[in-house]
Design a protein around this ligand. Structure first.
Ligand code: NAD
Ligand code: UD1
Length: 338
């Protein structure tokens, strides 16, 4: 049996493929390369000494999916494929709903007709909206995400919950990621954002490597210890290990399961800058700019449910996260195009 990884040529997906190959799973990757790179999979093959089967194609292509499920005996689907740029989703909502929601519907239809009913979905802490209590735990009511990207995640969660209610043979994990960061410790695969990075860690590493002049800190007047936003940054290798644990758990757990994947600790923007400076031995020029619209002051995960039910917890700290992010960036200053 094989594992299908949609979006497996992207940032998190490529680390997932690596972890699966290392665990001796057979892996099929489906990715349309809209934001991923086939080079990441070549490097994964180099690192593991094993190959995933790569199919370049779109999760909205039903014919392609039917052929894929016919050709490969798939036991589980890890569904990473999606668009994820918040600002872009505000400008192009139809594209986001078509890709993220339409794509998930088509994927599930194809799974249903192939009789494959184990699915792990990449959700996000964004589904909690602007919950006022921190840390966020899975029992909180779903919130109102502030942008179409976030709403697309919420809609897919709702759709999957309905699917699980309608047919109890489905086993579905909704994994709510907090802030994934870092890279594989080899420095061979990592995050390669197109254009100006939206997220903090890739922005910092691009400043360090000379691709950007300075980091703009989005507000220092939040009600947090140093006034800058606080988030729960999770090492991408911890995140993919959380998927392995979830995949194993749902094999014996039909229905819908929800787990936060975070560390349970919050760090401010300035904490992150200082941690990076320490790991990389350089100074990051920063200036304080205005708040970014839609940003929340602070949140982090209550990560105890995943620990209790999956026996999984994030093990890597900020130091490893920053050292690994830096190793990736410095050896690939222009990402996979280097
Ligand atoms: P990414 O953009 O690096 O990877 C997504 C991959 O999906 C890309 O390789 C892209 O080419 C592919 N893809 C997009 N649409 C597709 C389609 N219609 N058909 C086939 N392939 C398609 O993003 P990532 O950071 O690796 O995120 C993976 C998943 O995790 C996404 O669903 C994202 O929304 C979710 N997520 C990410 C974060 C984060 O901070 N990175 C946080 C929460 C949730
Ligand atoms: C953002 C998205 C969220 C998505 C998450 C993970 C928004 C409003 N939210 O969340 O939907 O799920 O990424 O992909 O875009 N910061 C700076 N300067 C920068 C970049 C960021 O100060 O150049 C600050 C932010 O204000 C925030 C923190 O760093 O306090 C983390 O930002 P980011 O990495 O973008 O993640 P989120 O804001 O948590």
């Amino acid at each position: 049996m094989s594992i299908l990884v949609t979006g497996g040529a992207g940032y998190i997906g490529s680390h997932m493929v690596l972890a699966l190959l290392e665990k001796r799973f057979e892996v099929v990757v489906l990715d349309n390369l809209s934001n991923g790179s086939a080079v990441s999979l070549e490097r994964v093959a180099e690192l593991t000494g094993r190959d995933a089967t790569f199919i370049e194609g779109d999760i909205r292509d039903r014919e392609l999916l039917d052929a894929l499920f016919q050709r490969h005996a798939i036991s589980d689907v890890l569904h990473f494929a999606g668009l994820k740029a918040v600002g872009e989703s505000v400008e192009q909502p139809l594209r986001y709903f078509d890709n993220n929601v339409g794509g998930a519907v088509t994927l599930c239809q194809a799974m249903q007709s192939a009789g494959v009913r184990r699915l792990v979905f990449s959700s996000s802490a964004t589904v909690y909206g602007e919950a006022e209590v921190v840390p966020y735990h899975e029992g909180l009511p779903l919130g109102v995400p502030t942008n179409p990207y976030g709403r697309s995640k919420l809609m897919v969660e709702e759709m999957l919950r309905d699917l699980g209610r309608a047919d109890c043979r489905w086993s579905i994990a909704l994994l709510r990621y907090f802030n994934p960061a870092g890279a594989h410790p080899s420095g061979r695969i990592g995050e390669d954002p197109q254009g100006i990075p939206n997220n903090l860690v890739p922005f910092i590493t691009q400043v360090a490597v000379g691709r950007r002049e300075a980091l703009s800190v989005f507000g220092n007047d939040y009600p947090t210890p140093d006034g800058t936003g606080v988030r729960d940054y999770i090492h991408v290798m911890d995140l993919v290990e959380g998927h392995l644990a979830a995949m194993q758990a749902i094999a014996e757990r039909p229905g819908i399961s929800v787990w936060n994947l975070g560390t349970g600790r919050g760090y401010s923007v300035l904490d992150m800058v200082h941690a990076f400076e320490k790991a990389a031995g350089c100074t990051i020029p920063c200036h304080v700019g205005p708040r970014r619209s839609g940003d929340l002051a602070q949140y982090w995960a209550d990560a105890t449910k995943a620990e209790r039910e999956l026996g999984w917890r994030a093990r890597r700290g900020l130091e490893a996260m920053m050292a690994d992010a830096w190793r990736w960036q410095v050896s690939n200053p222009a990402g996979y195009a280097s």
